[in-house]
Design a protein around this ligand. Structure first.
Ligand code: HEM
Length: 121
């Protein structure tokens, strides 16, 4: 009788061990196919039009203009402060430096954007 019970216990143990294993294996398949779906989104042959290409020429001119106006104003302010400092001896060195730094930053951005969008014209 104890031998019979131990046989049933063995079967029960096998069944209990098999259930989680089979359920894990069953779950792996959809996860794998989901992974393939995700990858196909990246490797798909369809080339979608990028946002940079979608921008119209009018919008590009507008962005360049909106960068150019403050650039000219900052350059003018730098010049005025430079003259005030150099000619009239006003203590505006820091303001001259701040305006000069902002001018150079904006000028660089303006030049880079202009080259990227409009080169080779
Ligand atoms: C007609 C226009 C300008 C005048 C009369 C002028 C005048 C001056 C003067 C007198 C100084 C010397 C300040 C001192 O050492 O006490 C100076 C320094 C400086 N200016 Fe101008 N400036 C003019 C335009 C500009 C522009 C357009 C920029 C840059 C966007 C600029 C950038 C600088 C820089 C970086 C310094 C510091 C140089 C140094 O101390 O070694 N300036 N400026």
């Amino acid at each position: 009788m104890p031998a019979m019970r131990s046989k049933w216990l063995q079967i029960l143990a096998l069944v209990l061990l098999q259930f989680p294993a089979s359920s894990i294996l069953a779950e792996e398949a959809p996860a794998e196919s989901a992974g393939i779906e995700v990858m196909s989104a990246f490797t798909s042959a369809e080339v979608e039009e990028g946002e940079a290409v979608a921008i119209t020429d009018e919008t590009k001119y507008l962005v360049m203009f909106l960068m150019g106006v403050p650039l000219l104003l900052l350059l003018l302010a730098t010049v005025v402060l430079g003259v005030a400092m150099g000619v009239y001896g006003k203590p505006v060195f820091v303001a001259h430096m701040v305006c000069a730094g902002l001018s150079m930053t904006l000028a660089t951005a303006h030049a880079v954007v202009g080259l990227v969008w409009f080169y080779p014209f």
